[in-house]
Ligand binder design. Structure first.
Ligand SMILES: Cc1cc2nc3c(=O)[nH]c(=O)nc-3n(C[C@H](O)[C@H](O)[C@H](O)COP(=O)(O)OP(=O)(O)OC[C@H]3O[C@@H](n4cnc5c(N)ncnc54)[C@H](O)[C@@H]3O)c2cc1C
Length: 476
């Protein structure tokens, strides 16, 4: 919160899109104006939430900025179905269907506050629905499980993650004492939710992040606007500065200026660069850096993971999982199974499933057949109703579904970052170490506010990096 107040005083983040054009064009007392005199320019790499917000803040400070994006659209891991071509596979989705970020965490978080400021309609998912929990293939509400000691112990474990003290332990190791029948439940509520599986996610990093988190944690969804539409609208002032289909392959800062080369061999010279690409892109050396990345950063990369991730959206002819069900937790192939239409759809017959980590690798190898694996698991829980009620193509009788395989997306290569067993928040900080006063890093993985792996984390990193750039210019 302190940082946010400071930024407000500095006049950051005032470029607010179409609703507030006067802020940038008028000479009112609210106009932030070109407060940072600078002859040079800045190139931001990546047009996701972090890159767009960084560019927005720098532009509002009067700094010349360009955004280079490898893909053919703005948004990164904020991607909504309406903006894609395969809309035809969903017939009853009368609400925004998300292929990436779906939930807004915190009504008073950075993203939550943005939505409020622009009067974008949201629903509070927890008020509109109740979660169900799967044990022994039975899905029940928390109050229905409350007499089951294993369920109570599992929920106590999940609720006390924040208070964990210790280091070098995975979620799986910390939960070793809990009975086998609640293992998949914990994996879905912790390991999968935080980006991978219980075997890979580390307790210390998770607990530190949850302690650092500074918002009310409410879970919201957009009522009518797709998330990607709002992101593009919010950063409308910098939309024209984005150069799409430009994959950066090398960044050379050994000379006076920084030399950026793209996959087509085009070169751009600039004074400063902000790299906001997903962590997996850096880990897989898609971009070569001269000089190389600092040792503290590459060492931190060994402790922060980013695993495979898949979103599968399936429409049914009937809601057989319960009209008021929000999430169903505890599945193996359906670890994060969200009744995405709840509180928003007249039909409420759509499931949105997010699978991360090793399970996502396994399902990805099945290709489109992964939908049958998912239906088979739902059939066991709901007595064959998934296969009975799934929508099928009229001609081929194939299941109609949308699969967004993020692990196979060339420019993303995974889901979102997570701490491994030995990671701490210090590692997140080290992922954001600048190289001299020329190369800066942002993006969700570099967030130290406790919101890494979310849009909030990406936006918080943009505020941090914009402040670093301004300081590198003013010398203050
Ligand atoms: C399945 C899934 C579900 C999620 N659910 C939620 C959720 O419910 N709530 C939530 O808050 N968050 C969620 N997230 C996380 C959230 O989407 C991300 O944390 C956030 O969008 C990341 O923003 P970013 O700007 O850091 O990175 P990105 O959005 O990944 O932006 C980076 C950009 O860099 C581009 N790029 C990559 N390589 C290059 C290159 N060489 N040159 C130029 N450009 C390049 C990419 O194309 C991309 O557009 C989810 C993510 C996934 C995948």
């Amino acid at each position: 919160m302190k940082r946010r107040k400071l930024l407000k005083q500095l006049g950051f983040g005032l470029s607010g899109g179409l609703l507030l054009p006067h802020l940038l064009t008028s000479c009112s007392k609210d106009d932030p104006g070109p407060e940072v005199p600078y002859d040079g320019d800045v190139v931001v790499i990546g047009a996701g939430a972090a890159g767009m917000y960084t560019a927005d803040i720098l532009k509002a400070k009067g700094i010349k900025v360009t955004v280079l994006e490898a893909g053919n659209q703005i948004g990164g891991r904020v991607r909504s179905l309406r903006n894609q071509k395969d809309l035809v596979n969903l017939s009853v989705a009368d609400f925004p269907v998300e292929l990436g970020a779906e939930v807004i965490y915190g009504s008073d978080s950075i993203w939550g506050t943005n939505l409020k400021n622009f009067a974008v309609k949201t629903i509070n998912i927890d008020e509109a629905s109740s979660d169900r929990y799967l044990i022994d293939n039975i899905a029940k509400l928390a109050e229905e499980w409350d007499i089951d000691g294993d369920f109570v112990n599992a929920q106590n474990f999940v609720e006390s993650l924040k208070n964990f003290s210790g280091s070098g332990v995975t979620v799986e190791q910390a939960a070793a004492g809990l009975p086998a029948r609640v293992k998949a439940l914990i994996n879905s509520q912790v390991g999968n939710l935080y980006g991978s599986s219980n075997a890979n996610v580390g307790m210390a990093g998770l607990s530190e992040a949850l302690q650092a988190r500074d918002h009310d944690g409410a879970r919201l969804a957009l009522k009518t606007n797709p998330m990607q539409d709002f992101l593009i609208f919010r950063f409308d002032q910098v939309r024209d500065l984005v150069q799409l289909n430009t994959q950066v392959t090398s960044i050379d800062s050994t000379g006076d200026k920084v030399l950026i080369t793209d996959a087509n061999g085009n070169q751009i010279e600039t004074n400063k660069v902000v790299v906001t690409v997903p962590l997996s892109i850096l880990k897989q050396n898609v971009i070569s850096f001269s000089p190389g990345l600092p040792g503290a950063m590459t060492s931190a990369m060994g402790r922060i993971g980013m695993d495979h991730s898949i979103r599968v959206v399936i429409d049914f002819k009937k809601n057989f999982w319960g009209e008021t069900t929000g999430w169903l937790w505890g599945g193996e192939s359906i670890p994060n199974c969200f009744s995405a239409g709840v509180g928003r759809s007249e039909f409420n017959q759509t499931l949105s499933i997010t699978i991360n980590g090793p399970k996502a690798v396994e399902l990805s190898a099945q290709g489109p057949d992964m939908v049958n694996t998912i239906l088979a698991e739902l059939d066991v829980i709901y007595n064959g109703q998934a296969t009975a009620f799934v929508r099928r193509d009229f001609d081929t009788s194939g299941v109609l579904s949308i699969i967004q395989d993020w692990g196979k997306d060339e420019f993303i290569r995974g889901g979102y970052s997570y701490p491994m067993a030995s990671a701490t928040l210090e590692d997140r900080k080290n992922l954001g170490i600048p190289i001299g006063d020329k190369i800066f890093f942002a993006g969700e993985a570099t967030d130290v506010s406790g919101d890494a792996g979310t849009i909030n984390g990406a936006l918080a990193s943009a505020e941090r990096v914009a402040e670093e750039i301004v300081k590198s210019i003013t010398g203050e």
